[in-house]
Write a protein that binds this ligand. Structure first.
Ligand SMILES: NC(=O)c1ccc[n+]([C@@H]2O[C@H](COP(=O)([O-])OP(=O)(O)OC[C@H]3O[C@@H](n4cnc5c(N)ncnc54)[C@H](OP(=O)(O)O)[C@@H]3O)[C@@H](O)[C@H]2O)c1
Length: 248
């Protein structure tokens, strides 16, 4: 049995709690959160000085609060990890054994996601801690990988492109359609198919559209429709990247 204390009950903390509660090999000993949490039976505290003992302490607070929370922990030489893609292991206080437990997925409190499909990226300074984090990961997911802080930063950058930027492009499409009273729902099968295609083929092989075809007439038409909007420069930059983008 691996005993865990969760620190932070936001998007990630909430999903980790649900997945860990469902795992027979994990016991959540306590949850720390600044504000009190409703509808949970697990002991909780709002006071870091009242933390219990555990095999691993998982800090799931916003990136810019990780250093402060880890510094304020009362214990020493315990295994303390954070869940961020973009924050280095060195950000954690040196008074404890440091590690990373980064679930590579987008989490919102009100959406369900099957945790067993989420790659968990782990890192630790000590070999036995790495083994514990791998065991913990495999109790939650089918995919657990050891990734250095440098590799994780690269993965996080790539994740911003496939998730955050893609979602923003959905938002732009929603704005463009709603402006003309066109139902955004009509685009959803296209969204699904775009994601499905790269399951079996590399993105470079499935790119379509006016930029790829070098259809200048259509490109000019689209740019005219976007005149005076902030989206015109995004259209131009993406068109340019599709046509002339080079490998890094
Ligand atoms: N969301 C994602 O999709 C995602 C995916 C992978 C990794 N991550 C990483 O996971 C971590 C948590 O992200 P999140 O999306 O779960 O954040 P979040 O939803 O904003 O949750 C923040 C949690 O941290 C607490 N908190 C905020 N500031 C704090 C402070 N100064 N001291 C103590 N507690 C504080 C909040 O408590 P209150 O309730 O009291 O405000 C809340 O419980 C981040 O490092 C993020 O990079 C996020």
């Amino acid at each position: 049995m691996i005993n865990v204390i969760l620190l932070g009950f936001g998007n990630v903390g909430h999903h980790l709690y649900k997945a860990m509660e469902a795992s027979a090999g994990i016991a959540i000993v306590q949850i720390y959160n600044r504000s009190s949490i409703k509808d949970i039976t697990i002991p909780q505290t709002q006071d870091l000085s009242k933390l219990a003992k555990a095999d691993v302490y998982i800090i799931a607070v916003p990136d810019d609060s990780i250093a402060t929370v880890s510094e304020e922990l009362p214990m020493r030489n315990a295994l303390v990890v954070h869940t961020s893609g973009g924050v280095s292991l060195n950000t954690l206080s040196e008074k404890n054994r440091r590690g990373i437990f980064y679930p590579l997925q987008t989490f919102s409190k009100n959406t369900d996601v099957p945790f067993n499909t989420i790659p968990i990226c782990v890192e630790a300074e000590q070999e036995h801690d790495l083994e514990l984090l791998e065991s913990l990961g495999f109790l939650l997911s089918e995919t657990v990988v050891e990734i250095s802080s440098e590799e994780r930063a690269t993965l996080h950058l790539a994740a911003v492109f496939v998730n955050n930027f893609t979602n923003h492009l959905y938002q732009i499409a929603a704005d463009i359609t709603s402006e003309k009273n066109i139902n955004f729902e009509l685009l959803k099968p296209l969204v699904t198919e775009t994601a499905r295609k790269i399951e079996s083929l590399p993105p470079s092989e499935v790119q379509t559209g006016p930029a790829k075809r070098k259809d200048q007439k259509t490109i000019e038409k689209h740019l005219k429709l976007l005149e005076g909007t902030p989206y015109r420069s995004i259209y131009q930059a993406l068109t340019n990247s599709i046509q002339h983008g080079k490998k890094l």
